[in-house]
Each structure stands twice: as structure tokens, then as C-alpha cells.
Design a protein around this ligand. Sequence first.
Ligand SMILES: Cc1cc2nc3c(=O)[nH]c(=O)nc-3n(C[C@H](O)[C@H](O)[C@H](O)COP(=O)(O)OP(=O)(O)OC[C@H]3O[C@@H](n4cnc5c(N)ncnc54)[C@H](O)[C@@H]3O)c2cc1C
Length: 302
Amino acid sequence: MRSYAERLAEFAWMMRTIAQQNASLEHHSLLGIGGMTDVLVFAGCEEELLAALAQAWQLELPVRVFGGLTNCLLPAAPLHGVTILNRMSELYFEEGYRLRVAGGTSVARVAREAVRRGWDGLTWATGLPGTVGGMVVNNAGAFGGTTADLLLSAEIVSPDGIKTVNAEWFNFQYRSSRLKAHNAAECEIVLRATFQLREGEPAQLQARAAGYKQRRWQTQPPGRSLGSVFANPPGDYAGRLIEAAGLKGVRRGDVMISPQHANFFINQGQGTAADYLELIRLAQTEVERQFGLWLELEIEII
Ligand SMILES: Cc1cc2nc3c(=O)[nH]c(=O)nc-3n(C[C@H](O)[C@H](O)[C@H](O)COP(=O)(O)OP(=O)(O)OC[C@H]3O[C@@H](n4cnc5c(N)ncnc54)[C@H](O)[C@@H]3O)c2cc1C
């Protein structure tokens, strides 16, 4: 068996048009926090994504696919192996109000196009950051809508090939699915997803989308964040509990618990993963001490 360094070098050579060795992830994460990765691949289409995955699997290199990196706290330590940023963007409006989209397509774009056509169902996703792959993995949702309500089927790539699975396969739970926190060694990647939408009225959908956008602007703080850090516990709000624990505006280094919405932690410039993790621990322990409730993470710590 060849050494890890040799296999990595072969991968980088084979994928040289779309891969960078020893690349920083910092500027690719919405939060602006991230260390290095051995090889970073930008997969802009199906051929590139499948070739990079096949090559990494064949060389037995650890591989991980991300979309917009809007929901993951990346470590300061290097991410070993191959990191793929999925930029494969496709959008097909098919018969029977079925919308087939590639995993790297921007969710905001999908929602916008569906609204424009008068296809109802995904309006809640207006302004949702990230890609369709991350949305499916996280069972993203907002304003009463969730991904699980709409997903009909998905094409999954694994070392065994491409298979089509139905929504049940994902075992969707609140902001989670069987693919969340997946072991990098047994990768299953969302290549495409098909959503079942329904007929709507464009003007009405546009008005609803504008309302959702406005609510995001009013309630969510601007700046570099990962959205809601913690899942809402049943019958309550993580933000309300963190605020009640007196933690609004508390800082560790350059990361701050937003004074506007306590479930958002903002990187104010030079924040680090250690700062962010310290605030997570602080919020969990203070909320537990004061209210006897342990907050579970909604974001993913890589
Ligand atoms: C300001 C802000 C507001 C937000 N508001 C909401 C909200 O209202 N509701 C909500 O649910 N979320 C919200 N989020 C969280 C986030 O936008 C969503 O969870 C989004 O769907 C994540 O997509 P992503 O492409 O960025 O995923 P990433 O962060 O890149 O990845 C998330 C996980 O999915 C995996 N993954 C990504 N693509 C694939 C793929 N193609 N195949 C297999 N695995 C894949 C990654 O490995 C990782 O495990 C918000 C985030 C921010 C920053």
C-alpha cells in the first residue's frame, strides 16, 4: 500500500484542474472560520463531482462533501483528506409540479425560481442560505415548512454507484437525517433531489416570499454566523433561554452571542473555532444550571 502522502499527491495530480493542495477553508465558510485541508476540490458539474469522489474512494482517501458551509463549524486543525465543495447547479421543472435539482444548487435560487413560476411549496426557503444537499441532510425548515414535507426522492452517490432513494430512506428528524454527521469513510452524497410542489399563484407566492424575507431581516442579526446554533427544545426557544440566562452580547475573543438574537453567534472578524466552542459550552452549562435543560446543537461541529 502506498503512503498517504503518495496517494494524496496522485489525487491532486489527477484532479489538478479543479483541486488545490493545502488550501484554507476560512473564506469558503459563511462564518469565516476554518483551517486548512489537504486537498480542496471545487466540483462545478456532475462529471467533476463524480470523478473527484471516484478517485478519492479508489485511493482510499478520506473525503467529505460540503455545500455552502453555512451550517458547519470547521476545526482550526487541518481537515485530512479531500474536501469537496459542491457547486453542481441544475434546476428542472418537470411534469406534475416535480422540481428536480442538483445538490450544489443554491436553495435561495431554487425557492426564487419556484415562486417566479407560481410553483407552491418551497416559498418558506426564500433567503435560506446554503445548497440543496445541505438542506436535505439537515432537513432544513422555516416558517412551518420543512424539507421532509416536500422531498419525493433523491439520487445518492456512494462507492457502490448511484441509487435513487425515497424520502423514508433519509429517516428525517427535526433538523436532521441519517446523513447528518455521517462517517466520512462511508460516504453517501446527495447528487440530485426531487421535490413535489403544487400549483400556486405567482403574485400570492411573491407576496408571501417578500414577507418571509422581511421577517428574516427583522429577526436575524447581520454578520457572519451559522444561523441558529442550537435546536429549539420542545415548547421553547433556544434563543429565549440563552437570553434569559443573561448571555446576550457575551464575547469570547472575536465571537459574540448576538445582542439581537441570542441563538446566533457572530464572528466579528478574527474569531476562532475555540472562541465559538467556548461560547457553545457557556450557553449549554448556564442554561442547564439556571433552567435544568441541556441545549442540543443544530449546527454541526466538524
Ligand atoms: C443566517 C443563516 C440563517 C439560517 N436559517 C436557517 C433556517 O431558517 N432553517 C434551517 O433549517 N437552517 C437555517 N440555516 C442553516 C443552513 O442554511 C441550512 O442548514 C442549509 O441547508 C445548509 O446548507 P449548506 O449547503 O450550507 O450545508 P453545509 O454547511 O455545507 O453542510 C451541512 C452538512 O451537509 C453535508 N452535505 C452538504 N452537501 C451535501 C451533499 N450534496 N451530499 C451529502 N452531504 C452533504 C455536509 O457534509 C454537512 O454534514 C441558516 C444559516 C444561516 C447562516
